[in-house]
Ligand binder design. Structure first.
Ligand code: AMP
Ligand code: MN
Ligand code: MN
Length: 339
């Protein structure tokens, strides 16, 4: 068995600190996170952007590719004033920092900007990270990208304040499933403690990001969960549970796509299945596929084979055709994987 590689090497940390210290206060700095940003993507990026402002940098912009809409749970996050649509990114930044991006495909049209930048610092925690960027702060053992962002902030000598801490806390709470997943180590709780000590109210934050949704999103969830299929014999007898949601489902309940992001959680709680698949329509014939395992299957290997990525127990890829075609593909991948 290959052990997960250790965290970023000292030279990478030093290079990242030096790259930032080398910049004048008016140098344009562009921060980028992945398409359809989640709490970790936005939180690690905006927390770091605020840290750069505290260092005296005046030209700091944050962005992500694709439609410029912020999921409502994150619409009160500090630092949102630094966020701009993709079209308003600095065309020639002196430095690019990339957050929570496993593969360049998750950068959409901004991949060219990253490739052209004189220096690009990549902060990420996906084991499947494809290795782009000139300075790489990638640690597959980190519970969230915000763990790396917080370490870099500290190395730059920026003290945590409530705003930076709230961004990093949202990121950490989202990617650990509220401090439930395997990566929730002593160090994660120690970081959470440091963040809360700045004056955060974890109850308020959790209610806002996990426990608040429109009535229509709840009704939509009811339909999507109601059509779930359990296949106990699939995945070599370990069981597969799957369901899907279409754009028509979203339209019928007048809901934006992000409301589907957390729907995998009630599905993956099914006791009779190790593997969970949620197939979410992106456009005609194109689907964002979420995969989860309780431990028997490294779903990131399945996702990578389809051009996607992720973590051992949580991964995703883009699928094509009808939901049934996508699930056929997953069944086949599982058979190959388990044989
Ligand atoms: P999700 O199912 O969207 O919550 O994603 C689970 C994990 O897989 C996250 O760490 C994502 O960053 C990663 N992931 C999802 N879709 C893709 C994709 N198309 N390419 C690369 N990584 C992905
Ligand atoms: Mn993410
Ligand atoms: Mn993440």
């Amino acid at each position: 068995m290959t052990l997960p590689s250790a965290g970023p090497a000292a030279e990478q940390w030093d290079a990242a600190v030096a790259a930032i210290r080398a910049l004048g206060g008016a140098a344009p700095i562009q921060l980028i996170c992945h398409v359809s940003p989640d709490g970790d993507a936005l939180g690690s990026m905006l927390g770091f952007a605020l840290g750069l402002r505290r260092l005296g940098h005046t030209r700091v912009r944050a962005t992500f590719p694709g439609e410029f809409s912020i999921p409502t749970p994150y619409s009160a996050m500090p630092g949102l004033d630094l966020l701009v649509p993709e079209a308003d990114a600095y065309p020639e930044p002196d430095l690019v920092l990339v957050f929570d991006v496993a593969a360049e495909s998750r950068l959409g049209g901004l991949a060219a900007l990253v490739a052209a930048a004189p220096v690009s610092v990549v902060l990420d925690h996906h084991a499947s990270n494809t290795g782009f960027g000139t300075i790489r702060l990638v640690d597959p053992r980190a519970a969230a990208t915000s763990v790396l962002a917080e370490q870099l902030i500290e190395r730059l000598g920026v003290p945590l304040d409530t705003e930076i801490a709230e961004c990093f806390y949202v990121a950490l709470a989202t990617d650990t499933g509220s401090f439930k997943f395997d990566a929730t180590t002593v160090a994660v709780h120690e970081l959470a403690a440091r963040l809360i000590a700045t004056g955060l109210r974890p109850g308020d934050i959790s209610r806002r990001i996990f426990d608040t949704r429109p009535f229509g999103a709840m009704k939509l969830a009811g339909e999507v969960l109601g059509r779930a299929v359990l296949e106990p014999a699939a995945a070599g007898g370990r069981g597969l549970v799957w369901t899907y949601a279409t754009l028509a489902d979203l339209a019928r309940h007048d809901q934006p796509p992000y409301v589907l992001d957390t729907l995998i959680d009630p599905v993956r709680s099914v006791a009779e299945a190790d593997v969970t698949v949620l197939v979410k329509q992106v456009s005609e014939g194109e689907w964002a596929v979420s995969l989860r395992s309780k431990g028997a299957v490294d779903v990131s290997r399945l996702a990578i084979s389809q051009g996607g990525g992720g973590h051992r127990l949580a991964a995703g890829f883009t699928g094509y055709g009808e939901p049934g075609d996508v699930v056929d593909t997953v069944r086949r991948l599982l058979d190959d994987y388990l044989n």
